[in-house]
Each structure stands twice: as structure tokens, then as C-alpha cells.
Ligand binder design. Structure first.
Ligand code: PHE
Length: 467
């Protein structure tokens, strides 16, 4: 490898980079994971703990990945290969396989958000293709048991992702995020205002924020920590080489220490706003909060059904918002998968093969995504590993195993073996006042955190009841 990446792309501006990185972080995890977990695990008490984790672990992990990317100027596999003198190439491979496993089911879910946006739009015009007041649970069941339609929406979502990413880092990903992320923010604020001004909204706000310190009592603190840790890990897109890849496109004078803080904080602000958009409305209409697809695709559809004439309008806005959140994340997943191959071709002097690799990865993702659609959330195919629906099976491999292992090995390596490598990189463009804090957390806090997330994920997937 010559190491000279002639023609390698970079971000057009720091703002564009931040929008892309925040776009990757803000996704389904913020919308259907955070608000419920916060409400169910101590409310404001959970939030305080989450903020502590953001500062002691999120900040450290994001900075570590960004610095690794920029120091090597390479994407995941070559970045790990060059920083570890070949010994850690496998970490790069883990970090490439994980986003691939996630992308298929992520686009399946994104495809459903698209279907809901279209159906709510249909309701505005009283069209036959609208939800038509159908119960949320019935509408969702009809969709996931219709495997043909599920595949069509999954593939459509993958196609949109491929079309944007294949245009390039700056003219595809960055350009889209620069418009979409501020758009998402505005949509979110509109929905928050509607939701929080509904009669009875207070109960939802209380559900999310009422501090319940007793959640921390005894063994409780460990289960709250496991829940908050796993949530943050997925939510800031760590352990999948995404921040390594995005960092490799940063300019040498972009401040990594600052970005490392802005990205997880912005992600947290959006998660709180998502909660304020969702929970007050759920409670105002007397529904039960939940987490996951049930909240997004059943409960909330019922909320929009109950809102009268304004329902379809807010439903359309809300599901467009979900589509944007999912799309800016799926774009980052695809970029992380293909970037190493694009770099390799550039290094070999074969020119920019981005389009080709995007399509190859896109077609392969259509296979994994279609398999999830064919499974119909565990209705049709034999369970993966004998016990999981296919969506959960892919998720277990990626989020439960590969991601935490990759992150754990990364912090151990740069905390204990190749010391000062990342700090030196961060210092080239920042005064890095937090260097001592960073080094301490990288050595001690981040490894314990990653190990703990690994245990927590295995525990929750297999229902072992450790925590
Ligand atoms: N962070 C995204 C979310 O909150 C999911 C994601 C994870 C995206 C990892 C990319 C990589 O939904």
C-alpha cells in the first residue's frame, strides 16, 4: 500500500462534518429507545447518569474513533492495519461486518417509516392507500405479515441510501445531512410543541422526568447502568468504525476534542426532544408507553388516529422525521462498509470505485434486508440460532457481540499499548485541555464501560438476569 490516497475525499466544511456525524448518531435508537428507557429507569435520575456516561465514556469513545481515522487518514480496515502494524486488522474487519449486519434490518425499519409517512399522507387526502383509521397494531401486523410489501419498502430504502452515498462524501452524504438535519430539528420542534400542549400532556412529561432515585437502590443501579450504557453505545454509533471513517475525512485543522463533545451532546438533546415529542402525546391519549417498534408503529399511529383532522398532518410530519433520522444513519452504515474498499482501489491507482462498491454492498444488503422482511418478525422463518427472529439475530451478532468487542479492544490498545498516538493527533488541531482526563478515561473508564456493555448486551439478549 503506497499510503498516498490521491483523490481521497474529505468533508467540505466542519459544519457539514458535524451534521453528518450527528446524523449518524441520531436514529431509531433516539426515537424509540431513549424516551422509554429514561421513563422506565428512574426518569431524571436516569438522565443524570446518562450525562455522566456521555462525558466519561461517550466523549472518550467518539474522540478516540475520530482521532484514529484522522491520524491514519484511512477508513476502518486500513486504519486499524496501519495503527496496529497489522496485528489489529481483525478489529477493522469486525467493525466492517457489524454495520453490514445492521444495515439490512435498519433499512427494513426505515422502509416501514416510509410506508407510514406515505399512509399518513394518504389520510390527509382520504385516499384508499391511507391508514384509514385502522388500529395501529392491526395496521402494523398487516404490514409485517405482507412479505411482498415489506420487501418492496426495504429495497426502496436501501436504494435511496445507495443513491446518496454513491454520490460521494461531500456531494452525497454531507450535502444531504446539511439540509436534512436542520430539517429534522425543525420538524421535531413542531411535533414537541403540539405534543406538549395537548390536554393531559403533563403525565407524559412526568413519566419521563420525574426523578425516581429508588431505581438506583441496591442492585438496581447496575441494571440502570446496563440499560443506559447499551443505549448510549448504540445511539452514538460507536464500535462500527463509523466515526473512524468520518474522522478520516476531517481536515487537519478541525478540532477533534470539540467535535467529540458536540456529537454525543447533540445526540442526547435530540433524544430528550424525541421524548418530549412522543411521551406527552402517548399519555394524553391514555395509551401505554413502550419501547421499540411497538411504540413507533403501533402506539403512535393510534395517537395520530385519535388526533382528529390534525392527526394525519402530524403523522406525516412525524414519520418523515423518522425517515430522515433512519436515512442519515443508514448512510453512515453504508459508508463504513464501503470506505475501506474504496480506499484500497484508490491506493492501487484504480481510481474512484465508490459507485461500484456502493452497488455491491447495496445488493448484498438487499439480501439481508429481504431475509428480515421474509421472516415477518419471527412469523415465517425458523428462528436464527434456534431462538431469535431474524432481526434480533442480526442485531445480537452486531450490537451484542461485534460492536462492544471492537470498541473494547480499541480502547485497550490505545490506552495501554500504543499510548499517546491519539493524543498527539488530537493536539495537532486543539489545545486539548482535557488531555489528562481523556488519557485517564481511555485507560480505565472506557474499557470497564465497554466490557460492561458487552455483558449487558449478552444478558439482555439471552434474558440471563445478571443485571
Ligand atoms: N445511532 C443510530 C441510532 O441511534 C444507530 C446506528 C448505530 C447508526 C450504529 C449507525 C451505526 O439509531
Amino acid at each position: 500500500m503506497s499510503g498516498k490516497n490521491d483523490g481521497r475525499e474529505s468533508w467540505g466544511s466542519n459544519f457539514g462534518f458535524l451534521m453528518a456525524a450527528i446524523g449518524s448518531a441520531v436514529g431509531l435508537g433516539n426515537l424509540w429507545g431513549f424516551p422509554y428507557k429514561m421513563g422506565a429507569n428512574g426518569g431524571f435520575a436516569f438522565f443524570i447518569l446518562y450525562l455522566v456516561l456521555v462525558v466519561f465514556a461517550g466523549y472518550i469513545l467518539v474522540m478516540t474513533e475520530l482521532a484514529l481515522g484522522r491520524a491514519t487518514g484511512k477508513s476502518i480496515i486500513p486504519a486499524y492495519r496501519s495503527a496496529t502494524d497489522g496485528k489489529g486488522t481483525f478489529i477493522g474487519i469486525f467493525s466492517t461486518v457489524a454495520p453490514f449486519l445492521i444495515l439490512g434490518f435498519y433499512c427494513y425499519l426505515g422502509g416501514y417509516a416510509l410506508k407510514y409517512a406515505i399512509a399518513n399522507l394518504g389520510d390527509i387526502f382520504h385516499a384508499s392507500w391511507g391508514v384509514g383509521g385502522a388500529d395501529g397494531a392491526d395496521f402494523f401486523t398487516a404490514l409485517f405479515t405482507n412479505r411482498g410489501e415489506s420487501r418492496v419498502y426495504t429495497i426502496l430504502f436501501i436504494l435511496v441510501t445507495v443513491l446518496i452515498v454513491s454520490r460521494g462524501v461531500s456531494s452525497g452524504i454531507e450535502k444531504f445531512n446539511k439540509i436534512a438535519m436542520p430539517g429534522l430539528f425543525i420538524l421535531l420542534v413542531i411535533v414537541v410543541i403540539r405534543s406538549c400542549t395537548l390536554p393531559g400532556a403533563g403525565a407524559g412529561i412526568a413519566f419521563m422526568f420525574k426523578p425516581d432515585w429508588s431505581a438506583f437502590a441496591g442492585k438496581g443501579i447496575i441494571s440502570v447502568l446496563a440499560s443506559a450504557g447499551g443505549q448510549m453505545f448504540f445511539s452514538i454509533s460507536i464500535g462500527m468504525g463509523i466515526m473512524v471513517t468520518y474522522g478520516s475525512y476531517m481536515k487537519k485543522d478541525d478540532d477533534i476534542a470539540k467535535s467529540g463533545l458536540i456529537i454525543p451532546l447533540a445526540d442526547t438533546v435530540i433524544a430528550i426532544l424525541a421524548g418530549l415529542a412522543i411521551m406527552p402525546a402517548v399519555f394524553a391519549f391514555g395509551m401505554e408507553p413502550s419501547a421499540g417498534p411497538g411504540l413507533l408503529f403501533m402506539t403512535l399511529q393510534n395517537v395520530f388516529n385519535s388526533m382528529g383532522a390534525a392527526g394525519p398532518v402530524f403523522g406525516t410530519l412525524f414519520y418523515i422525521l423518522v425517515c430522515i433520522a433512519a436515512l442519515t444513519s443508514s448512510m453512515s452504515l453504508l459508508e463504513a462498509i464501503i470506505a475501506s474498499f474504496v480506499d484500497k482501489a484508490l491506493d492501487k491507482g484504480q481510481g474512484n470505485k465508490r459507485k461500484m462498491y456502493c452497488w455491491i454492498a447495496g445488493v448484498l444488503t438487499m439480501i439481508t434486508g429481504a431475509s428480515v422482511a421474509m421472516d415477518g418478525l419471527g412469523t415465517y422463518l425458523p428462528p436464527m440460532f434456534g431462538r431469535f427472529c431474524w432481526l434480533d439475530g442480526y442485531d445480537l451478532l452486531a450490537e451484542g457481540i461485534l460492536m462492544p468487542i471492537a470498541a473494547l479492544l480499541t480502547v485497550l490498545y490505545f490506552g495501554w499499548i500504543k499510548k499517546d498516538f491519539l493524543q498527539a493527533e488530537i493536539k495537532t488541531s486543539s489545545t486539548f485541555k482535557t488531555e489528562k482526563f481523556y488519557t485517564f478515561c481511555l485507560k480505565f473508564v472506557a474499557p470497564i464501560f465497554c466490557f460492561f456493555v458487552l455483558l449487558g448486551q449478552i444478558d439482555s439478549f439471552f434474558g440471563l438476569g445478571w443485571f
